[in-house]
Design a protein around this ligand. Structure first.
Ligand code: FAD
Length: 424
């Protein structure tokens, strides 16, 4: 190092999912930052399913400098429906209720493994370490120390926990804030997931006299206590299907502590859950011989994401139900804002705690609102919104407008507010 070089700031990131890798990728481009990412698994990996991004998430992806590789693997709804996010239909007969339109973006979706590959392939060697499962964190006012199950540890100036809904570091933050701990909550909703070869689905629809438009354009089929969504991935070669079923018999549903959150399910059990649904919906489910079943959990809104030199991002901070397709996008917004603050050379004149607190005060209210409205969206889709229920015109109108605030968010103004708070 040259004598004139400023000392590098050491950033540790725990968790190599979408949020952690996106943050590492941006931070490692800045010479005043020394970045290390610790992932528990032996390699980066994502489940074989699709993920969809709203216009806000697509902006964050561009801002993180990966817009181009993302567009190479992402799907968009084909013209002339390119601005449609989802069409809304009744599950019983596929009758049209309306559409949600996001001008310029529509439905931007990708296979999860392809997206993580894009992120990971851009990460220089030497940043990520695998087989590192964090168990404990300490802070001594100067540094944060994270300890791993293999007996090793790492010390850094700022530690970011991006280790998902079951975060090993969230307790440290909440305890430090003098707040009650927060465990994942079972929502009462489970989701069957599968992917269908789109050519095969077209043939099935043709054979049954169903409209192929339903394959071309992302669809959301709504019903009482259940809904089904479809969108394309792998350049339209596959159709990603998620079929949700909710049990609302208890205010506080409990998922048995010894039961896995994800398991293989039989097609029969899935078909039984949608026994009275119409042909378009049933044809989808009949095309998925081996679904998986996911017990959906979220987190309550946390009172803080930061304690001292340790911060939470992504699902570790604000795991939410998937009903607005917004969870990963919120992790990307976290990564974008945090990267803009940490990569500014003025960080060397501020304390890590001040910078993390600015991140917390800007990001937390919005992420909490997205958590809240994600739960509300599930109620609306399943005819349980008290003001809308199954009123079709009202459903169409509400669904057309309810996502605009989420998608049209101004991230640059977030950055300006954070900088103003830091006196930069
Ligand atoms: P994770 O993806 O959970 O990554 C955490 C990483 O940390 C993992 O690699 C894990 O191995 C590692 N890790 C865990 N513990 C430790 C430890 N102790 N030490 C070290 N490493 C550790 N979001 C959208 O935006 N759009 C969608 O369409 C969408 N659809 C969804 C559909 C379903 C059915 C579900 C369940 C979720 C959906 N989401 C969607 C939400 C989205 O999947 C999550 O918000 C997102 O994947 C969270 O990313 P993350 O990086 O914060 O956490």
């Amino acid at each position: 190092m040259h004598l004139s070089s400023p000392p590098a700031m050491r950033i540790g990131i725990v968790g190599g999912g979408i949020a952690g890798v996106a943050l590492a990728l941006d931070l490692c481009r800045h010479s005043h930052l020394h970045v290390q990412l610790f992932e528990a698994a032996p390699a980066f990996g994502e489940v074989g399913a699709g993920v969809s991004f709203g216009a806000n998430a697509v902006q964050a992806i561009k801002g993180l400098g990966i817009g181009e590789p993302y567009q190479r693997v992402a799907d968009r709804t084909p013209a002339p429906w390119q601005d449609i996010w989802f069409e809304w239909r009744k599950g019983q007969d596929a009758s049209y209720l309306g559409a949600s339109v996001a001008a310029g973006v529509g439905q931007s979706s990708v296979h999860r493994a392809d997206f993580l590959d894009v992120l990971a392939s851009e990460l220089p060697d030497g940043i990520a370490q695998f087989g590192k499962r964090a168990v404990r964190v300490e802070q001594d006012g100067n540094q944060a120390h994270v300890f791993f199950t293999d007996g090793s540890s790492h010390s850094c100036d700022i530690l970011i926990a991006a280790d998902g809904i079951k975060s090993s570091i969230r307790d440290h933050v909440l305890e430090g804030l003098g707040q009650p701990l927060a465990s994942p909550r079972f929502s009462g909703t489970c989701a069957y997931r599968g992917m269908i070869d789109s050519q095969q689905l077209r043939e099935t629809y043709r054979a049954r006299g169903l409209d192929e438009h339903l394959v071309n354009v992302p669809q959301m089929y709504l019903g009482l206590d259940a809904h089904i969504l479809t969108f394309p991935v792998k350049q339209g070669r596959l159709i990603n299907v998620v079929a949700f079923v909710s049990d609302r018999s208890s205010d506080k549903p409990v998922w048995p502590s010894d039961a896995p959150w994800v398991r293989n399910a039989s097609q029969q059990e899935m078909l039984e859950a949608f026994a009275d649904w119409g042909d378009a919906a049933r044809a989808l489910l009949e095309s998925i011989p081996h679904p998986t079943l996911w017990a959906l959990h979220d987190l309550e809104e946390l009172p803080g994401y930061v304690h001292g030199q340790v911060g939470l991002i992504g699902d570790a901070a604000h795991a939410m139900l998937p009903h607005q397709g917004a969870g990963a996008g919120q992790g990307l917004e976290d990564a974008w804002l945090l990267a803009r603050l940490l990569s500014d050379p003025q960080i060397l004149t501020s304390t890590p705690a001040d910078v993390l607190n600015a991140y917390d005060s800007i990001r937390r209210p919005r992420a909490c609102r997205v958590q809240r409205t994600s739960w509300q969206a599930g109620e609306l889709y399943e005819f349980r919104d008290p003001a809308v229920a199954d009123n079709e015109p009202l459903l169409g109108k509400t669904l057309a407008e309810r996502f605009d605030w989420l998608w049209s968010h101004d991230m640059q103004s977030d950055l300006q507010s954070a900088r103003a708070q830091l006196g930069w």
